[in-house]
Design a protein around this ligand. Structure first.
Ligand code: NOJ
Length: 554
């Protein structure tokens, strides 16, 4: 059996140097985590109440989705004031209590910062509307005259990531149709102009505001965005840009100038570290075409981490997974930075459903594969992010009625894309019926998205009581990760395996093997595994759709 001596990682706790290189961070989608007020929307006091649960799970930190004042057109990714808390979620005093509680438990806290765009209700955008064409206030955003007769056509042909054109026309003070402004997402999310010096200065102030309140770092929204091609030219293939959605309009994303911003933000973090020795973390949401491009964002003086989404987008297939892992190890870890693995987040269909047949309810193939994928991810070198509910094996809610959907993508694609509401349904905590302990204090309170009856099977109270649950698998995986020096940072070595199976070694002797097929195969290692995502009834056999870890004398 494995060595249960505490590793350097455990001993050092909050003081461990470069703690983020192999950290496991839990993504809290605040509005769906736990509601302390009974209005059906999760809040910061709810997050505070849930911290002991997360401590028990064993995560190193949490990332809080945006809770700033916002009209909530994109659930907080439309920020009207970057230095406050929306009353929907609490207030700054509650935030401070949450920070203090997290600190006591040794849980680090990352905030979600949104530098590519703000809300159309941000005071600076309102000022820009009022100030008119050519003003300094408009220079903070991308305002431009339209094309065609009367400027009635948008300034270029770019598409918004949420569907429809990336430009909206404003009505000027004289009541006439006027200039257009750029929004790569919803019209309520105008893009900042990062070529205006005031933008960087304002974000410096915002970062300091939160760093001074003791946070441990930022998750950076759209971190390959910010700068646009200076001339805002037409795209050669706007349809392709629209289709790839998360990917890259090469004129709107991934401009070379953005790297200087990450260098500035990194120095700012280091300024804070120099004061107290505590490393602050910057993790970027970086969607770029290749692992090599990705690696440029995590150079030693830029972001500490950037989500590597290729694992999330890979189909359940051994060759596809191996390619993704090998490329990341070579092109990202190979340059000295750490790979940041993700299987789920608030923008994607949950793994249990993604890997299963349509509409699995958590008991079939999709669930087995999601468990296997989790154990694979936790064995990989680098950092990992777990999205709330992933540890409960929550499937996607695929049949939400149209009239409850709130994702702007649904509206802007003429009801075609039902992408993001189904993974945001409020968490089930206890009991047999909605709200499953999600809301408290008010009789008959309704969660902001309806929870299906079958959420009962996944409630945290059941998960904790059942040692075969997803929850226990995640917890044991996390415990082993923090106690076994082989896991976390470092490299991996592939073993020869038959088609449909992957196996690799961590350190000298930890073997992780994944059977992507549905039939049992000979295990690459004899003996009983240390941990397995499914039943391993016979030594030397790896059942279908299962991952297992062994310690072995190779
Ligand atoms: C990425 C976030 O994860 C997503 O939820 C949001 O809608 C867009 N960025 C725009 O801020």
């Amino acid at each position: 059996m494995h060595n249960r001596q505490p590793s350097q990682r455990q001993v050092n706790g909050l003081n461990k140097q470069h703690w983020w290189r192999d950290a496991v961070i839990y993504q809290v989608y605040v509005r769906s985590f736990l509601d302390s007020t009974g209005d059906g929307i999760g809040d910061l006091a709810g997050v505070r109440a849930g911290l002991p649960y997360l401590k028990k799970l064993g995560v190193d930190g949490i990332w809080l989705s945006p809770f700033y004042p916002s009209p909530q057109h994109d659930h907080g990714y439309d920020v009207a004031d970057y230095c406050d808390v929306d009353p929907l979620f609490g207030d700054l005093a509650e935030f401070d209590l949450l920070m203090a509680a997290a600190r006591r438990l040794g849980i680090r806290v990352l905030l979600d910062i949104v530098p590519n765009h703000c809300s159309s209700e941000h005071p600076w955008f309102r000022e820009a509307l009022a100030a008119g064409p050519g003003s300094a206030a408009r220079a903070r955003f991308h305002f431009a005259d339209g094309r065609g007769p009367d400027g009635a056509e948008p300034p270029n042909n770019w598409h918004s990531m949420f569907g429809g054109p990336a430009w909206s026309r404003v009505t000027e003070a004289d009541g006439r149709p006027g200039q257009w402004y750029l929004h790569m997402f919803a019209p309520e999310q105008p893009d900042w102009n990062w070529r205006d010096p005031g933008t960087g200065a304002e974000f410096d102030r915002i970062l300091r505001f939160w760093l001074d309140r003791g946070i441990d770092g930022f998750r950076i929204d759209v971190a390959a965005g910010l700068f646009k091609h200076p001339e805002l030219p037409d795209s050669d293939d706007p349809e392709a840009d629209a289709r790839t959605r998360d990917s890259v309009n090469p004129l709107a994303w991934n401009q070379p100038e953005v790297h200087a911003v990450w260098r500035d933000w990194r120095s700012l973090c280091e300024e804070y570290t120099a004061r107290d020795g505590r490393e602050r973390l910057l993790v970027g949401e970086v969607s770029v075409p290749t692992a090599r491009e990705h690696a440029r964002y995590v150079r030693s003086d830029e972001l500490h981490q950037a989500f590597f989404f290729d694992l999330l987008s890979a189909p359940w297939d051994a060759d596809a997974f191996r390619k993704v892992v090998s490329e990341a190890m070579q092109d990202i870890a190979g340059t000295g930075s750490t790979v940041t693995w993700v299987l789920n987040n608030h923008d994607q269909v949950r793994t249990v459903t993604r890997y299963g047949e349509p509409a699995t309810e958590g008991s079939g193939l999709g669930a087995a594969r999601a468990r296997a994928a989790a154990l694979l991810m936790l064995a990989l070198p680098g950092a990992a992010y777990v999205y709330q509910g992933e540890e409960l094996g929550l499937p996607e809610v695929v049949d939400l009625p149209d009239d409850v959907l709130t994702d702007p993508i649904f509206r802007r694609t003429g009801s075609r894309a039902r992408i993001r509401d189904g993974c945001r349904v409020p968490l089930p905590w206890s009991g047999q019926a909605s709200p499953f302990g999600f809301t408290s204090g008010v009789e008959g309170a309704k969660p902001w998205l309806p929870q299906p009856e079958w959420f009962a099977q996944h409630a945290t109270d059941r998960a904790l009581a059942d040692t075969r649950s997803f929850w226990h698998l995640y917890r044991e995986g996390l415990q082993l990760r923090s106690s076994l020096p082989q896991l976390g940072e470092g490299t991996l070595r592939w073993l020869d395996t038959p088609p449909g199976v992957l196996a690799f070694v961590r350190g000298d002797d930890l073997v992780c093997a994944v059977n992507f097929t549905t039939a049992p195969v000979p295990a690459p290692v004899p003996g009983t595994p240390l941990l397995a995502s499914g039943d391993c009834p016979a030594a030397g056999v790896l059942p279908g759709s299962t991952t297992a870890w062994w310690i072995n004398d190779l």
